[in-house]
Ligand binder design. Structure first.
Ligand code: PLP
Length: 336
């Protein structure tokens, strides 16, 4: 039985066309900056998103860490959501490897960080304190698109306080498709943006960090130090280029299927659909039933993210078609 894996959009398998593009990729040594496929991917995303340069990296975690290292010195701090990936889900890398202090701020339900809270979190210029240097936002956040108006105000606020701006745009293309906004517009005003090719876009590996000439030059050194300098990585970049050509517009299908899934689950007693935006559905079931739900779903050949987040998370993606979706809804219906 084929597993219907709704844990994350990272589980997608590269298809035959993507593998063919990878096999055919022109490559060189990218540590020397000589891989034509990597350069093409970096240049394409830089130009599409409105930045001077891009830098290919093995993971989004490394892209975010490298960005923080490029923005902040030892003893600096960055303002970040308490539920942000760059704070909570990256093993504390900024603190451990960068001696950069995170200053977490509570995320509102829509993913925003209230400007009043940010204002209070900025430290005065005084030897008692770390130097506040950077605001890091995330879009999408838990599957939600940040309100455009909020992002504008946050950017203006950060500039007025002399802070740099980083956007964790792991799922920036989901945000663009869902909101009908060009990705360059969502990236505008940030100094650096990281985007993932291995989430909804369906590449096996890779993230790209976008930024100015000087920030990316510095990022290149940090990437090398962290062990992210790769050689014939054009094989991987070719998958990213294929994804940009073929897997962006289709994200709308994932979003539509997430809505179908949410509607199907809403109709089932004992399940509360908490949120459904872009390609993620969050549901609540009574805590004492979570283990049973996990076992039941596994037996039915369905996987969900259970126990890792406060709610159960279901993510639609490239490898979830209508039949798979129907099987998942059926499995939930049989549980209650
Ligand atoms: C997945 C993800 C990342 C990076 O993850 P990797 O698994 O390291 O590629 C960063 N930010 C967000 C919001 C993510 O969802």
């Amino acid at each position: 039985m084929k597993i219907v894996d709704l844990r994350s959009d990272t589980v997608t398998q590269p298809g035959a066309a993507m593998r063919a593009a990878m096999a055919a990729a022109a490559v060189g040594d990218d540590v020397y900056g000589e891989d034509p496929s990597v350069r093409a991917l970096q240049d394409r995303l830089a130009s599409d998103l409105g930045f001077a340069r891009g830098l290919f990296m093995p993971s989004g975690t490394q892209a975010n860490l490298v960005a923080l290292l490029a923005h902040c010195q030892r003893g600096d701090e960055y303002l970040v959501g308490m539920e942000a990936h760059t704070y909570k889900y990256e093993a504390g890398g900024a603190a451990v490897l960068g001696s950069i202090q995170p200053q977490p701020v509570a995320n509102a339900d829509d993913g925003s960080l209230a400007l009043e809270l940010l204002d209070k979190a900025v430290k005065p210029d005084d030897p008692h304190f770390a130097r506040t240097r950077l605001l890091a936002l995330e879009n999408t956040w838990q599957g939600r698109v940040l309100a455009r108006d909020y992002v504008r105000r946050a950017i203006d606020w950060a500039r007025s306080r002399g802070l740099g701006l980083h956007l964790d745009g792991a799922r920036l293309f989901n945000a663009a498709i869902a909101s009908g906004t060009p990705p360059a517009e969502l990236a505008a005003g940030f100094d650096t943006v990281s985007v993932c090719l291995s989430k909804g876009l369906g590449a096996p590996v890779g993230s790209v960090l976008l930024g100015s000439e000087s920030l990316i030059e510095s990022a290149r050194r940090w990437r090398k130090m962290l062990g992210g300098g790769m050689r014939q990585s054009g094989i991987l970049a070719a998958a990213g280029l294929h994804a940009l050509d073929h897997h962006v517009a289709r994200l709308a299908e994932d979003h539509a299927r997430a809505q179908t899934l949410a509607a199907g689950l809403r109709a089932i007693k004992g399940i509360r659909v908490q949120a459904c935006h872009t390609n993620m559905v969050f549901i609540d079931v009574p805590t004492e039933r979570l283990r049973d739900l996990d076992r039941h779903l596994r037996e039915a050949g369905v996987r969900a993210s259970i126990g890792y987040l406060p709610s159960v998370r279901l993510v639609t993606h490239l490898d979830i078609d209508d039949a798979a979706l129907a099987r998942a809804i059926e499995a939930f219906a049989r549980f209650s």
